[in-house]
Structure formats: C-alpha cells, structure tokens
Design a protein around this ligand. Structure first.
Ligand code: NAG
Ligand code: CU
Length: 327
C-alpha cells in the first residue's frame, strides 16, 4: 500500500481526499450532494423521486436487446448478466460495483427530471418493526407486501403504490414478464416480520467491528444485506423479486436498499478515512470456486453497455474520482 502513504501526504497537504493515480486528472468535488433517508425526506421529495422511478420503468431501453424492454429492465438485465458467471457479488468488488450501479440509476432518475439524489432505506433504524417502515407507503412509498392474486405465477403481486401496474420483463436474463412481487418473511420466534433481527443495530455493530475491507464487505454482504433481500423477497421461496439475487433490481426498492449498503460502507470508511477510504483487498471469484487473483484498485467495474465501464479506484471515495456526494 505504498501509494497510500504518498497519497496520504498529498491529501493531507491539500486537505482533500487523495486520488490514488497521479496520472489521472484530479477531480474536484467542492459541493457534495447530500443523499437522504427516505424516512426523513419531505413528501414533495419522495413524490419527485417516485415520479422519476416510474418514468424509468416506461422509458425505452438503452441496451435494446428486447423490443419490450424498458430502461428499468436494463438494470435488472445487466445485474443478472454480470452475476452469471459471478463478477459483482461474493467478493471485494461487490461494494464498489453496487456503488457505481446506484450512481447509474441516480443519473437515470435525473434524466427523468428528478432534481434530487439517490435516497436510502435505513433498515437498521427500522429493524425493530420493518413492516411499519415508511418505504411501504402506498402514496409516498413503494407500496407494500405482495398478495396472492393468481395472475403472477407463484409470485405474490404488489397491488398498491406507484408500481402496482409495473411488469418487470426479466427473471434472471430470461424474458419472463410478471407483476412486481414481494413476499415478506413472516414474524417468527418473537422476531418482527421481514427478518428484522438480522439487521438490527447490534448485528450492524458486529459488522462494523471488522477492521479489513474484505472482512467488512463479507460480513455486510452475507449478513444484513442478504437478510433484507430475503426478508422482503421471501428468502429461499423466491416468490418476490428482491429475494432472488439475479432478479432483485426489478424492485425499484433495490436502489434504496443498495444506497443504504453504500452508506454503511461510507460510515465504515469514515471511522478511519486516512486508512479506509482506499482500503481494498481480497480475491476475485473463479467459476470453479477456487481463489482467483488478488483484487486491485485498477480493476474494471463492468456495466455491460448500460454505462461506460468504470475503475474501482474511482468509486472508493464518495468525494473523489467519479463521485461527489455525502450522507
Ligand atoms: C412483446 O410483448 C408482446 C405483448 O405481450 C408479445 O406479443 C411479443 O412477443 C413481445 N416481444 C418480444 C420480442 O418479446
Ligand atoms: Cu447485486
């Protein structure tokens, strides 16, 4: 980590987060945009967000690999494509790739006239009673749990909120039009619905206690992150879009979930910014499950045509590289 020592000196001199690559022009981020919690946003802000999110589900596809695909479908398609073989989960790249993916979606919202920034669902705060969270509101939220309507295969259909008429096109990369679905895990063993005990403040404190980047990534990805996917989407039953990894961006709530994941990473980085902002370690996946090459800050973050590919180092610092926001 030699560059870190050098970068730390330069960064300290300029009192700015440092760019690890001296050859690339320094990006300036003088007024980072604040990303808000859904539960703290005003009704007007939430309405503007939802209006744009609906717009993304009707706008024409950028990838144009299916005549019926929308821009929203592109997000689900790219995420599924890059998950098989696995290039975006179960290793260090999970965090910077999803940070980049959220930014691409944020830009899509803005191209639909949204003046704000990505927002997050603070499920740690809502973990004692996740089913009461404001994100489920049928007017100023994403609608609630799915119900059995008999017209959605085995999946439970979301029948309220702005996405009640939304029909995602893909399941994995297969064309499989269906109604948006959710399947909340029921309350059990005295725990709240939606698996809240698995992303409580106590569980998150355990994740935060990790001192290496990849230790933190692994604890967050397989712990609270996965518990929210499974809690909202029915876990192994696979009856809700968010519960099946390769279909999960079908649910527009995916982006609030992953903005929260991004914020939790940022909070971990903020515990020791000098050391942690560019802390990146671990190994790539291989198809046979063996240990792949060491990850590097120069690794490519593929976006499969939805946006130009990125580079990990540009997505480590929320106020540097290709980013300029804060929480
Ligand atoms: C698009 O949707 C229409 C109506 O459901 C269907 O008839 C057609 O086959 C679809 N096209 C493609 C390329 O999937
Ligand atoms: Cu993912």
């Amino acid at each position: 980590m030699k560059f870190l020592q050098l970068a730390t000196l330069i960064g300290a001199a300029l009192a700015l987060p440092s760019d690890p690559d001296p050859l690339s022009p320094r990006q300036t981020c003088t007024s980072p945009k604040l990303r808000k919690s859904w539960s703290k946003a005003t009704s007007a802000e939430k309405t503007a967000y939802l209006h744009a999110a609906v717009c993304v589900t009707t706008k024409s596809s950028r990838l144009k690999n299916n005549a019926n695909a929308t821009l929203h479908d592109d997000f689900a398609y790219v995420h599924a494509l890059l998950s098989s073989p696995q290039k975006i989960h179960d290793f260090a790249g999970f965090l910077p790739w999803h940070r980049f993916f959220v930014q691409v979606y944020e830009k899509a919202l803005q191209e639909c006239g949204y003046p704000g920034t990505a927002m997050y669902w603070d499920w740690v705060a809502d973990s004692p009673a996740p089913s009461k969270a404001k994100v489920w509101d049928s007017v100023t939220g994403f609608g609630g749990n799915g119900v059995s309507t008999g017209d959605n295969g085995p999946r439970l259909r979301v029948i309220d909120g702005p996405f009640k008429d939304f029909r995602p096109l893909y399941w994995n990369t297969d064309v499989s039009p269906h109604w948006l679905s959710r399947d909340w895990l029921p309350a059990q063993n005295g725990e709240p619905e939606i698996s809240g005990a698995n992303y409580s403040p106590a569980r998150m404190a355990e994740v935060n206690a990790q001192t290496t980047f990849d230790g933190f990534r692994q604890a967050l990805e397989s712990g609270p992150h996965a518990a929210v996917h499974g809690g909202v989407g029915g876990g192994g039953r696979g009856l809700g879009d968010l519960g099946f990894q390769n279909a999960s961006p079908n649910d527009p709530l995916f982006f609030l979930h992953h903005t929260q994941v991004d914020r939790l990473w940022w909070l971990w980085q903020q515990q020791d910014p000098q050391t942690r902002t560019f802390a990146y370690n671990g190994f790539h996946n291989t198809q046979d499950g063996s240990q792949g090459p060491t990850v590097m800050l120069s690794d490519i973050l593929p976006m499969a045509g939805l946006a130009p590919d990125g580079i990990v180092k540009d997505y480590m610092d929320v106020k540097g590289g290709k980013l300029c926001y804060t929480y």
